[in-house]
Design a protein around this ligand. Structure first.
Ligand code: NAD
Length: 331
């Protein structure tokens, strides 16, 4: 069996928790953690190795970009994070400088078929920057995009309808950020449209759904009120504890295991859109099949007209931010 190696760049809240989650889930045989703050990466590696006697073997160490030469996946989590009240897009200028520093060292050391996964915000603009600057095929450059937001929305709906979040199917698409779109038209509870499910089931038996009225309109309105909570979720968590990292680490792990184990999992990763819904030349999230080749296919789900208009608006927001800030230099 070929070795499965993951490099994580950035040993902050997100990078270290993602590395820990991947270690705990045995997602890779080897994990290397890289950070400009070498002491932090070294300290984390030691701390994690001290628990290794409780786990199936994983080689875990701190390193530098030369250690990426045999990594199947490189996860980019380094850079500034949001402060309370700060929007993701406001991080762009700072994180472009961080990415320039990282990419100039990483790209000459990349394995021939390596996949790149951007997590740092604003994740869609930075995914596009990595794609442009690396010159890699679009299939090999992903962002964690709205995988986290989709999971948040599944959980919020599941709490209301009283089922396992894994039996809720929905997509948050577009920007991972303020213009993201939740697709009510593609939301089901195990194949049953949400409004049908709500019409026939004892909704409100759990959670705060008790006041919910079972009409088509209020079901959709209720869905959008849940999504408003999802859109604002990071602001609330950052206000309370300064950062978000557990759920995004699980999202990173899910993408990594789909790619490294060729699972063909449908995930709302960010990637280049080339014509779908009349959108082209911009990176954003849509449901995609993720396997050993990275992004293997885009699922052009038939969203309704309002959702598609909102998706195009989201694409425009990302496009403008990219055009205003990014001047990619091919390595
Ligand atoms: P953090 O401040 O805890 O960690 C950032 C790390 O990056 C630090 O350890 C720092 O030393 C390192 N770093 C900075 N410049 C570097 C460079 N040039 N080379 C190597 N390492 C460098 O921040 P965090 O909470 O871990 O967040 C990291 C990023 O992840 C932020 O941009 C945040 O907004 C983003 N994030 C994304 C999602 C998502 O769903 N996409 C979710 C949560 C956070």
């Amino acid at each position: 069996m070929p070795k499965k190696k993951i490099a994580v760049v950035g040993a902050g809240f997100v990078g270290s928790t993602a590395a820990y989650t991947m270690m705990m889930n045995n997602t890779a045989d080897e994990i290397v953690l890289i950070d400009i703050n070498r002491d932090k990466a070294e300290g984390d590696a030691l701390d994690m190795n001290h628990g290794m006697s409780f786990l199936p073997p994983v080689r875990f160490y701190s390193g530098w970009y030369g250690d990426c030469a045999d990594a199947a996946l490189v996860v980019l989590t380094a850079g500034a994070a949001q402060k309370p009240g700060e929007r993701r897009m406001e991080l762009l200028g700072r994180n472009l400088r961080v990415f320039d520093d990282i990419l100039s060292q990483l790209l000459p050391n990349l394995a021939p078929n390596a996949l790149l996964l951007t997590v740092t915000n604003p994740v869609d603009v930075l995914t596009q920057y990595v794609l442009e600057r690396s010159g890699l095929p679009p299939s090999r450059v992903m962002g964690s995009g709205t995988v986290l937001d989709t999971s948040r929305l599944k959980w919020a709906i599941a709490e209301q309808v009283g089922v396992d979040p894994r039996n809720v199917h929905t997509f948050v698409v577009g920007e991972h950020g303020d213009t993201e779109v939740a697709a009510f038209s593609a939301t089901t509870v195990s194949g049953m449209r949400l409004d049908q499910y709500c019409g026939g089931a004892p909704l409100g038996m759990s959670g705060t759904g008790a006041g919910y009225r079972q009409s088509l309109l209020s079901c959709e309105a209720f869905f959008h009120s849940l999504h408003d909570g999802v859109r604002r979720a990071a602001y609330g968590i950052i206000e309370k504890k300064g950062a978000t990292y557990y759920a995004v680490a699980l999202a990173v792990n899910r993408i990594a295991e789909a790619a490294l184990n060729d699972q063909k999992a449908v995930l709302t990763v960010s990637g280049l859109v080339d014509g779908a819904y009349g959108i082209g030349g911009v990176c954003l999230s849509l449901p995609r099949v993720v396997g050993a080749g990275g992004i293997e296919r885009l699922l052009e789900v038939p969203y309704d007209g309002g959702e598609i208009r909102a998706l195009r608006h989201s694409a425009e927001t990302i496009r403008k931010a990219y055009a205003a800030a990014c001047v990619p230099v091919r390595a």
